[in-house]
Design a binder for this molecule. Structure first.
Ligand SMILES: Cc1cc2nc3c(=O)[nH]c(=O)nc-3n(C[C@H](O)[C@H](O)[C@H](O)COP(=O)(O)O)c2cc1C
Ligand code: SF4
Length: 455
């Protein structure tokens, strides 16, 4: 790994790192001052575009480009939604930023609103983050008192009000249009796109939705410049014309069976193995690794012999996963049953599907029913192909659903069965010796005792 100076986590660990006093002492809000005084907003959008910053919330969409989709002649209002819903399993980097360095996030938010001409920003905050709520609200209050928020910020013509909106405690509230519906006081049912939020978002007005870490990166692009940002990470893969490169620092959430779980900052492109060895202190108890999820459970699964996978926006896709997602890496050692892994994953998505699209509602529910049955010792080999069929047919990518939750449900199914099929087959044969070859339908709702020790 090349020489690297962490910036996103630079303040974490300092006493009172969440206060304006400590943030300002390390140069905080100097970038905002400079941009408001010297950089016209169009030029600032161009800078962020040129930096190659891609959204950190999961999809990796180029940030500056998204901002240019706002209608140029819109008389207003334009809204900015900071997506702080952070519900992807294994992901906690937004929480750490908001709890321990809220001003870094708010400076980025103010800069992003300046760029997008938004004069009202909503922070859609995960309901289960009470400390982040207190720290972010106190930081907002400090900003109003210091003239960083409110009317004519720092004597400029730019004004901004920021409100925190507590989330509705469901995974789907993090999907940007589900978030918008929830913010409007409705059920978080994702909207059919187009129109995209940039054209019709909150209260049907042009809206930008960005992730907490994305706007934190904007702060550092403003402070250190485009060349600095582009000097970190990896350039586009020449073999992939759709890869826009993966630039800048990234927060990786490392958890599961490692000695030192935590949130670590590294250049985009670090491999899973490097992350485990350099930051995680190796696999817990000296055991052998078996698998890892590369970027939140929605991204699928890597086998241990795929840990050379680079964690950039393009890397996990080359290993059959959905993408980098939230860069939350959960390591599983050799004691973990893939049947248990998949059962947990299916349980999560069946619970979180909002139910609007039949393929997602039924596909997630039926995959859980099949995993329940397999775990209970009534599985059939045929179930594996049925599960794969569900995995291949639900989601935005096959074009059957409104939002990406279904793709996220599909990938763990496809990866677990394709990469660990022998384990599934052995388990089904062993626990259902009389019925594993059965092909005729079996009861779906039978209440069956779960076989213990699924390994
Ligand atoms: C089911 C689902 C849940 C999501 N949850 C989050 C979330 O908690 N936080 C987030 O920033 N993005 C989440 N996203 C992605 C958002 O829809 C959106 O792409 C993102 O907030 C845009 O910000 P960015 O461009 O800065 O990444 C989710 C997407 C889906 C499909
Ligand atoms: S894909 Fe699933 S979660 Fe997304 S809108 Fe459709 S039913 Fe709801």
């Amino acid at each position: 790994m090349p020489e690297f100076e962490p910036v996103l986590l630079a303040n974490i660990g300092k006493a009172d790192s969440h206060t304006l006093r400590v943030y300002a002492a390390s140069g905080g809000y100097a970038a905002l001052r400079k941009v408001l005084a010297e950089v016209p907003r169009e030029r600032f959008v161009d800078l962020v575009k040129a930096s190659g910053l891609r959204g950190r919330g999961g999809a990796g969409f180029p940030c500056g480009l998204k901002w240019t989709f706002l209608p140029k002649d819109h008389p207003g209002p334009i809204y900015f939604c900071l997506n702080a819903d952070e519900s992807e399993p294994g992901t906690f980097n937004n929480r750490i930023l908001m709890e321990d360095d809220p001003h870094q996030v708010i400076e980025g938010l103010i800069l992003s609103c300046y760029a997008t001409r938004a004069t009202t920003a909503y922070i859609y905050l995960r309901y289960e983050y009470p400390t982040a709520l207190v720290r972010m609200q106190s930081a907002i209050d400090e900003c109003y008192a210091a003239g960083y928020l409110g009317k004519n910020i720092l004597g400029s013509e730019f004004s901004l009000d920021v409100y925190i909106h507590r989330g509705a405690a469901a995974y789907i509230c993090g999907e940007e249009t589900g978030l918008i519906e929830s913010l409007e006081g409705k059920r978080a049912w994702p909207r059919i796109k187009p129109p995209f939020p940039a054209v019709e978002g909150v209260f049907r007005k042009p809206t930008v939705v960005n992730n907490v870490e994305t706007v934190a990166c904007v702060t550092h692009i403003a402070a250190r410049g485009v060349d600095w940002f582009k000097s970190i990470g990896v350039p586009p893969d020449p073999k992939n014309p759709r890869d826009a490169g993966s630039y800048g620092p990234k927060l990786y959430c490392l958890s599961g069976h490692v000695e030192r779980p935590g949130c670590y900052e590294a250049p985009l492109g670090i491999t899973v193995q490097e992350l485990i060895d350099r930051f995680g202190g190796g696999v817990r108890g000296g055991r052998k690794p078996k698998a890892a999820i590369p970027g939140g459970i929605s991204m699928g699964l890597l086998k241990a012999d795929e840990f050379d996978c680079p964690l950039d926006f393009n890397g996990p896709g080359r290993y059959g996963c959905l993408g980098l997602g939230t860069a939350a890496v959960v390591v599983m050692d050799e004691t973990v049953s893939m049947i248990d892994f998949l059962h947990n994953s299916c349980r999560f998505f069946a619970h979180e599907s909002c139910g609007q699209c039949t393929p997602c509602r039924e596909g997630t529910a039926w995959s859980l029913k099949m995993l329940d049955r397999i775990k209970a010792g009534r599985g059939r080999l045929k179930d594996l192909d049925l599960l794969l069929e569900i995995g291949r047919t639900i989601g935005i990518i096959p074009g059957t659903t409104i939002c990406g939750l279904a793709d996220g449900a599909a990938w763990p199914i496809k990866n677990a069965i394709e990469k660990f099929r022998d384990e599934f087959e052995e388990y089904i044969r062993r626990t259902n010796p009389k019925g594993y070859m059965q092909t005729e339908p079996v009861p779906a709702f039978a209440t069956l005792p779960v076989v213990t020790g699924s390994r």
